[in-house]
Design a binder for this molecule. Structure first.
Ligand SMILES: Nc1ncnc2c1ncn2[C@@H]1O[C@H](COP(=O)(O)OP(=O)(O)OP(=O)(O)O)[C@@H](O)[C@H]1O
Ligand SMILES: [Mg+2]
Length: 373
């Protein structure tokens, strides 16, 4: 029987939730204090936890954090169920490790259907074999080709597909594009992780990742340039191999150089999206990159060349590019000037804020190539 832990200091609310969930066929464990909830969860981990935010002594955020920190409960789905309705509460809850945020204006039926959804989305119980996910690295040897924009939109598009857990790994020191484009405020990053003398496991990584409302979990490279430190290829390899076992898709944003981190990602990817813009220097950079891939032993089938129309007019034709590369172009991302800039500035990817635009449609198509249903 699926066991759900409900923590709420309001005993009236607790009884209502318990009634709705029991009626829906779940076994319900209740607690009226954060500490009591944690104790019950660590003793016998539930399949899902529903946590209230405003509670005396230990609040719901802290309960979420501690559940995530404990090996036994690090992976359980957490729903915050609260009277607080502010966006900042939602952000803080997600950052504290919650997977879902539901306000108490929801009806018991809505609560039950959210619980069902969240259980369906979450990872299988321990012991169940998980098929390894796919690592997809986006790369362009020429900067400014739209690699980060496509990575962010691709990750959120994949997360919108049913039952897909998506991680987004940021490997760019040059800018904090990924956190900015998703408007997430990380408090830890790969740089801090690399300094720790710890074995990298999924529950360790989850602490360094920040959840975006789309479901994408972001692992940033560095919080600020003042904290910059080298990351070895070995660290990148370990992170990727752990993420591969915990997520269906791992999307990697890289900078436009073949540094150690990027090489590690490229040589451990299932797919490489080689991003080109329709101009001569970018095509030449792609030709050189393909030569490098060959000498690195990257398999031909893994390479997915795509064209991103970052400028409006006078670009090279797809035919010219294909002839130069001696390979077909697998996707075309159309030019999207205003809405893309708006999306970047507001921190909401186009695939979420403007799903009907041609660019969002092209990215969803690319997502379906990577994740055939
Ligand atoms: N399809 C597009 N249409 C219009 N503008 C685009 C498109 N794709 C990207 N851009 C613009 O190009 C610029 C560079 O985008 P982005 O930061 O994603 O590129 P990048 O390859 O990650 O760059 P960097 O080398 O700095 O990491 C941004 O201003 C972005 O808005
Ligand atoms: Mg970038």
């Amino acid at each position: 029987m699926t066991k759900i832990l409900v923590v709420d200091d309001d005993s009236h609310a607790l009884r209502l939730i318990e009634f709705a969930l029991t009626k829906a066929g779940y076994e319900v464990i209740t607690a009226t204090r954060g500490e009591e909830g944690l104790q019950k969860a660590f003793q016998s981990p539930p399949h899902l936890a529903i946590i209230d935010l405003m509670m005396p002594q230990m609040d719901g955020y802290e309960v979420c954090r501690r559940l995530r920190q404990n090996e036994r409960t690090a992976e359980i789905p957490i729903m915050v169920f609260t009277a607080r309705i502010q966006e900042i509460d939602r952000q803080t809850a997600l950052e504290a490790g919650a997977n879902e945020f539901l306000t108490k204006t929801a009806t018991p039926n809505e609560l039950v259907s959210k619980v069902k959804e969240l259980l369906a989305k979450s990872a299988p119980a321990p012991g169940v074999e998980v098929t390894p996910g796919q690592i997809t690295t986006l790369f362009s040897l020429r900067g400014g080709a739209g690699v980060s924009s496509i990575a962010v939109n691709l990750a959120t598009a994949l997360a919108q597909q049913p039952n897909q857990k998506v991680a987004l790994l940021d490997l760019c020191f040059s800018s904090s594009s990924v956190p900015l484009m998703l408007n997430v405020r990380p408090t830890l990053s790969l740089v801090e992780l690399a300094k720790e003398d710890t074995t990298i496991s999924l529950s360790v990584l989850e602490k360094y990742m920040v959840a975006h409302p789309s479901g994408v979990k972001v692992l940033p490279l560095v919080l600020s340039m003042a904290r910059v430190a080298p990351i070895s290829a070995k660290t990148v390899e370990s992170v990727l191999s752990v993420l591969k076992n915990g997520f269906n898709h791992v999307i990697v944003d890289t900078s436009s150089s073949l540094d150690d981190m990027t090489l590690a990602a490229l040589t451990h990817s299932d797919q490489i999206i080689l991003v080109l813009v329709p101009e001569v220097v970018s095509v030449q950079a792609a030709i050189v990159t393909l030569q490098a891939f060959r000498s690195l032993g990257v398999s031909e089938e893994a390479i997915v060349p795509i064209v991103n129309r970052t400028f409006a007019q006078d670009g090279l034709s797809t035919e010219t590019i294909q002839n130069a590369l001696k390979r077909p172009i697998k996707a075309m991302i159309p030019h999207e000037p205003e809405l893309l800039i708006q999306a970047i500035n507001s921190g909401t990817p186009l695939t979420l804020s403007q799903p009907a635009t041609a660019m969002a449609t092209a990215i969803r198509k690319l997502a379906s190539v990577l994740s055939p249903s």
